[in-house]
Design a protein around this ligand. Sequence first.
Ligand SMILES: Cc1cc2nc3c(=O)[nH]c(=O)nc-3n(C[C@H](O)[C@H](O)[C@H](O)COP(=O)(O)O)c2cc1C
Length: 231
Amino acid sequence: MNILTIIGTAHRGNTRAIVDLFLKEFENKNNNFEEIILPNDFQNFCLGCANCILKGEEKCPHFNDVNKIVEKIEKADLIIIATPVFVGSCTSGLKALLDHLAYMWLVHRPKESMFNKVGLIITSAGGSGVKQTVKLLKSNFFYLGVPKIYNYGVTTMKMGGNYCDYKNKDKIKNQVNKKAKQIEKTLSKRKVGIKTKLFFNLFKMTQKNGWNKLDVKYWKDNGWLDGKKPY
Ligand SMILES: Cc1cc2nc3c(=O)[nH]c(=O)nc-3n(C[C@H](O)[C@H](O)[C@H](O)COP(=O)(O)O)c2cc1C
């Protein structure tokens, strides 16, 4: 199994500590690990040209950098997206990358491989913001086509340090262990849920008279307008 971690911080703090607990659970099981650390591994802001959506992703001024990451995303079975909460949201490094994936949303040109993945969101906040950050990242996973999404968020009530060393450490380890087992089970029998199917069919209808020729061609070429499904 290929596990890709996209972590929205290079700071080795609370978020990193929780990510490491999860990765430890997946060790020694013939798993391959890859990691994208932001902003170290991707430093472009979307310029808003919409070339990716309207003219093709290869027309994005940052295509080479984006595509290296998309290739890793496509290979992954489990994608972990992790971020501390910064002013009520994910970090800017992570948001900058997610903006570059807009062309892959269900409403445009979703990648078939995304429908066979599991997503895990990890967040840590000092006081508040876990809920809205999870919501934001869940919607990104969902609209990229990922059918099963887990999340694990903590409120540390402390700035700095390593949350997993705090007094709740055993509780956290147990929770992580339990969630990792659920994820492994899901990975062994992946299926696409009703909500993804519903949205796929909804966007299929909009593509039949689609305003973006490139999207329409993509759906047609994949046979999705003639009954074929990506799942
Ligand atoms: C720039 C910045 C903005 C932050 N904004 C929030 C916030 O909106 N809500 C919150 O509860 N904590 C906020 N925090 C605290 C962090 O979310 C919290 O300490 C987190 O666990 C840090 O993760 P890290 O140790 O992985 O860097 C902020 C911290 C920083 C540095």
